[in-house]
Design a protein around this ligand. Structure first.
Ligand code: ADQ
Length: 750
C-alpha cells in the first residue's frame, strides 16, 4: 500500500510539473494565435470601408471621415481608429484614440523610407503597453492605385486575449489534473489486478476464508494453482533462450519434475548386427528422432518404440528396456516387438501406404485395406498397453508422436482417464475433402481427440483438422480457446512449429568449413574450385528429389559456364523400400542422375553425385558445411528439418538455402530463396542466383535465419507444449476437486 501511495505522489508531482510547463507554452501559443486573429480583423475592417475612406480622404471631408472611423470602431474589439495622411498628419480619429499614440510614431513603421514607392509601404502590427492596459496596434496603408493616401491606425483591446488565454490555461490545468488523478487511479487498480497482485489478493482472501475445514483441500489446490500461475507469469517475463536446462527447470517447476513418456514408432538408437557379427548403433534418418531425442535427454523419462534393429533384442533386457544414449544413459528406451505381419499391416500398409500419401499432396494415391486397418488398431492397442505398463501414476504425461498412433490417445484415455496426452502430428493435415476419402476417418478423429493437446506444425494444419472434425464428427469448436469439445472433454488444437537443438550437438569439435570442403572435394574427386550443391533426404516421393535433379539439369542447360564446375551431391537414405512407389522412385532418381551425368559429364567430372546410403549425423553435418548451396525441394512437407540443419551447421554465415514453398520451414525462413520446385526455370534461376550471391548477402540472409532457428529451437517447442499441458493439469485438478466437493456436499458421494 505504502508503495502505491509513493507511486501516486510521484505520478501527481510529475504530471503537475508537466502541466505547468505545458500551460506556459499554451499561454504563449494562444496569445500568438489571438494576435494574428486581431491583425486579420483589422485588415478586413479597413478593406470593408475602403471605398468610403478613399472618397473622403482629405481635410474637406473630416466629418464624413470621422463617421467612417466610428463605423469601423463598432466592432466590439476595436477600441479606437485614426486616419493619418501620407505626411503623418492627423486627419481624423475616434473619441477614445489614446493620446499616447500619434500618427508620427506609427508613420515611421508604415513607410520606413519616405522616398520609397507606394508598393514599399507596409502594414505594421505591434503590442503596446499603455497606462490603461495592453493594446494591439495595426497601422494599415491606404493606397489608391499606386498613390499612397496615408494609413489607418486601429487600436485593439487586448484584455480579452489575456482573458481568453487565462481561461484556456485554467481549463488545461483542470484537464491535466483530472488526467493525473485518473491515470493514478487506473494504474493502482491495474497494478492490484495484475497477475501478481491478483494472486496475492486471492491468497489473502483464501487465508481469511481458510478456517472452514471442509474447504481446506479445495483451497490447497487453489493456492497451488494461483502460485503456479504467478510463477508462469514470472517465467514468461524471464524470456531469453530456451536451453536443455531451462526445459528441465520448466518441467520441475510446472510438472513437479514428472517423468515424460514418449510414444513413437521410430526408436532413437537402432542396434544392428553386421555380416561380420559385430553390433553397431545407428541414428535413424528421421526428422522426428532428430527433434525429440535432445528433448528426452533434457527431460529424462521413457521412450517407447518399435524395436526394429537386427540386434535390438539382445541389447535390451527381458522387458525390452535399456538405458540410452549409449555412454550417457539419461533416459530409458523401451522396445516393443512386432510380428512381421503387424509391421507389414500397421507400418507399411496403413501408416505408409494409407495415411502418408493421404496427408501429403505428392500425387501418390493412398491405399486403404481393411487387413491393414485391423493391424493398425491392434498395434495401437499394444503400444497403449505398453504406455500403461511404463507409467507409475494415474495421471502421467504422455507424448504421442505422429500418424502411426492416431488411435493411441483415445486408447490411453480409456485406460488412464486422468492422463495428460499430448499428441504431435509431424506431417501435414489434409483438407476435409481429401481426408474424407479415408474409410476410417471418424475413428481416426475420435482417437486423436483422446489427447489433451493436439499439435501441428502450422496454423493451416490446425485449421484443416478442425475443418475435418466439424465435417465428420459431432463436436463443438471453442474458437476462443482453439479447442474441440466432445463428450464434455476438450482438446486444445495448437500450432507448435518443430525445430532443432541449438547449438547442434555435432558442432563440438567439428572441422572448419574449409576443412570440410577440402575433405568432400578430395573424397568425391571434385575440382579444387568446385561449386557444391547439396540435397539430404530420405528417399521419399514427398521430398521432390526427382524435381531437384531436373532443376539441376535445367541449370546446366541454361548456364553452360557451370558445366565442369558445379556438382550436386545428393545424400539419399533408402526408406520404406518394400513399398512399390518407393522402389519406383529409387529407380527414377537413379535414371535421371545417370542421364544428367551422361549429358553434361566429361572426363572425371560428374554433375550429380548420388550417395544412396544412410549417413551418420556427423557426416551429414560435414556435407552441410562443405556445400555452397543446399536445395530442399519437397513437394509437401510438414516442416523439413534439413533446411534448419543446414542453417545450424553454418556458423560461418555463408552458404545459400534454396527452399520449396511447400514446406512448413518456408514460413519461418523467408530469407531463403523460396521456390516452386515444380517450376524448373524458377528453381534453376534460384540455384544460379545462389551460386553468384555476394558474401555480404549470404551473410545477411544466413544471420537472420540462424537467429530464427536459435531462438525457436526444439527446447522451446517442447517447453511450450509442456507449459500448456501443466496449465491444463492445474485446471483439471481444480475442477476435479471442485466436482468432488460439490458431490459430497450434495450427498451424492460419501
Ligand atoms: P522427415 O520426413 O523424416 O520428418 P525431415 O524433417 O527433413 O523429414 O528430417 C529428416 C532427417 O533425416 C534429418 O535430421 C536429416 O539429417 C536426416 N537424414 C536425411 N537424409 C539422411 C541420410 N541420407 N542419412 C542420414 N540422415 C539423413 C517428418 C516430417 C517433416 C518434419 C519432421 C519433424 O516429414 O516434415 O520436419 O518429421 O517433425
Amino acid at each position: 500500500m505504502r508503495r502505491a501511495v509513493r507511486f501516486v505522489i510521484a505520478l501527481v508531482f510529475g504530471l503537475g510539473l508537466l502541466t505547468w510547463a505545458g500551460s506556459v507554452i499554451v499561454h504563449g501559443t494562444t496569445r500568438e494565435w489571438f494576435e494574428k486573429d486581431v491583425s486579420l480583423r483589422a485588415q478586413l475592417a479597413v478593406s470593408g470601408a475602403r471605398r468610403g475612406l478613399v472618397a473622403n480622404w482629405d481635410q474637406q471631408h473630416v466629418v464624413e471621415l470621422a463617421t467612417l472611423l466610428s463605423d469601423i470602431a463598432h466592432d466590439e474589439r476595436i477600441m479606437a481608429v485614426a486616419a493619418c495622411a501620407a505626411d503623418s498628419s492627423l486627419l481624423a480619429r475616434t473619441r477614445d484614440f489614446p493620446a499616447e499614440l500619434s500618427c508620427a510614431s506609427m508613420g515611421i513603421h508604415v513607410r520606413p523610407d519616405p522616398e520609397a514607392p507606394a508598393a514599399a509601404w507596409q502594414t505594421w502590427n505591434s503590442v503596446v503597453e499603455l497606462p490603461g492596459g495592453t493594446v494591439h496596434v495595426s497601422a494599415i496603408p491606404l493606397l489608391e492605385t499606386e498613390r499612397p493616401l496615408g494609413y489607418l491606425v486601429l487600436v485593439h483591446d487586448l484584455s480579452f486575449v489575456e482573458r481568453r488565454a487565462e481561461q484556456t490555461q485554467r481549463y488545461l490545468l483542470l484537464a491535466f489534473g483530472f488526467l493525473a488523478l485518473a491515470a493514478s487511479a487506473i494504474t493502482v487498480v491495474a497494478a492490484r489486478l495484475s497477475w501478481r497482485g491478483w494472486s496475492n489478493e486471492l491468497r489473502r482472501i483464501l487465508r481469511s476464508g481458510g478456517h472452514r475445514p471442509e474447504f481446506q483441500p479445495i483451497l490447497r489446490d487453489v493456492h497451488e494453482l494461483v502460485g503456479r500461475i504467478a510463477a508462469e507469469g514470472d517465467a514468461e517475463r524471464e524470456g531469453g533462450m530456451w536451453t536443455p536446462q531451462r526445459l528441465k527447470q520448466t518441467l520441475n517447476r510446472h510438472l513437479h519434475g514428472e517423468r515424460v513418456v514418449v510414444l513413437a514408432n521410430r526408436e532413437p538408437y537402432v542396434h544392428q548386427r553386421a555380416e561380420d557379427g559385430r553390433t553397431s548403433v545407428m541414428h535413424p534418418a528421421s526428422g522426428l528422432v532428430t527433434a525429440l531425442e535432445p528433448v528426452m535427454r533434457a527431460c529424462s523419462g521413457t521412450w517407447i518404440a518399435h524395436g526394429s534393429g537386427s540386434a535390438d533384442r539382445e541389447m535390451a533386457d527381458r522387458d525390452g528396456r535399456l538405458r540410452v544414449p549409449p555412454g550417457e544413459e539419461s533416459y530409458v528406451l523401451r522396445r516393443v516387438w512386432l510380428t512381421p505381419e503387424e509391421e507389414q499391416g500397421y507400418y507399411y500398409g496403413f501408416s505408409n501406404e494409407g495415411l502418408w500419401p493421404l496427408c501429403h499432396i505428392a500425387h501418390v494415391r493412398p491405399s486403404f485395406r481393411s487387413e491393414d486397418w485391423k493391424h493398425y488398431q491392434a498395434v495401437n492397442e499394444k503400444f497403449a498397453d505398453a504406455v500403461c505398463a511404463e507409467v507409475d501414476t494415474d495421471d502421467p504425461i504422455v507424448l504421442v508422436q505422429d500418424y502411426h498412433f492416431a488411435l493411441a490417445p483415445g486408447l490411453i484415455r480409456q485406460r488412464l482417464p486422468r492422463a495428460t496426452v499430448i499428441m504431435f502430428w509431424h506431417i501435414p493435415w489434409p483438407s476435409s475433402q481429401r481426408f474424407g476419402i479415408c474409410p476410417w476417418r471418424e475413428e481416426l478423429l475420435e482417437g486423436m481427440l483422446g489427447s489433451s493437446i493436439l499439435g501441428f506444425h502450422t496454423q493451416a494444419d490446425c485449421n484443416n483438422f478442425v475443418g475435418c472434425v466439424e465435417r465428420f464428427l459431432e463436436a463443438r469448436t471453442d474458437q476462443e480457446q482453439h479447442a474441440i469439445v466432445q463428450h464434455g472433454r476438450s482438446t486444445l488444437v495448437r500450432p507448435y512449429p518443430i525445430s532443432l537443438e541449438w547449438p547442434a550437438r555435432w558442432q563440438q569439435g567439428a572441422l572448419t568449413v574449409e576443412e570440410c570442403r577440402a575433405g568432400v572435394v578430395g573424397e568425391l574427386g571434385l575440382a579444387p574450385d568446385a561449386l557444391i550443391g547439396l540435397g539430404v533426404d530420405r528417399l521419399d516421393y514427398t521430398k521432390g528429389i526427382e524435381e531437384r535433379m531436373l532443376a539441376v539439369e535445367r541449370l546446366l542447360e541454361r548456364f553452360p559456364a557451370l558445366r565442369g564446375r558445379f556438382t550436386f551431391v545428393q545424400l539419399a537414405a533408402p526408406s520404406r523400400t518394400i513399398i512399390e512407389q518407393y522402389r519406383q522412385l529409387n529407380e527414377r532418381v537413379e535414371f535421371v542422375a545417370a542421364r544428367i551425368n551422361e549429358r553434361f559429364g566429361k572426363g572425371a567430372y560428374r554433375p550429380v553425385v548420388l550417395l544412396r546410403a544412410h549417413h551418420e549425423p556427423p557426416t551429414v553435418f560435414r556435407y552441410y558445411r562443405a556445400a555452397h548451396v543446399c536445395y530442399v525441394s519437397s513437394l509437401h512437407d510438414g516442416m523439413n528439418l534439413v533446411a534448419k540443419e543446414f542453417v545450424s551447421a553454418r556458423e560461418d554465415e555463408q552458404g545459400v538455402l534454396v527452399l520449396s514453398q511447400f514446406t512448413g520451414a518456408a514460413r519461418e525462413l523467408p530469407e531463403a530463396l523460396i521456390v516452386n520446385p515444380y517450376d524448373l526455370d524458377e528453381a534453376s534461376s534460384a540455384l544460379v542466383a545462389a551460386l553468384n550471391m555476394s558474401a555480404e548477402e549470404q551473410r545477411d540472409r544466413m544471420r537472420a535465419m540462424r537467429a530464427m532457428v536459435a531462438e525457436f529451437n526444439v527446447y522451446r517447442w517442447a517447453g511450450r507444449m509442456l507449459v500448456d499441458a501443466s496449465r491444463l493439469r492445474s485446471r483439471d485438478r481444480l475442477t476435479g476437486r471442485l466436482t468432488d466437493h460439490l458431490m459430497v456436499a450434495a450427498g451424492l458421494r460419501p
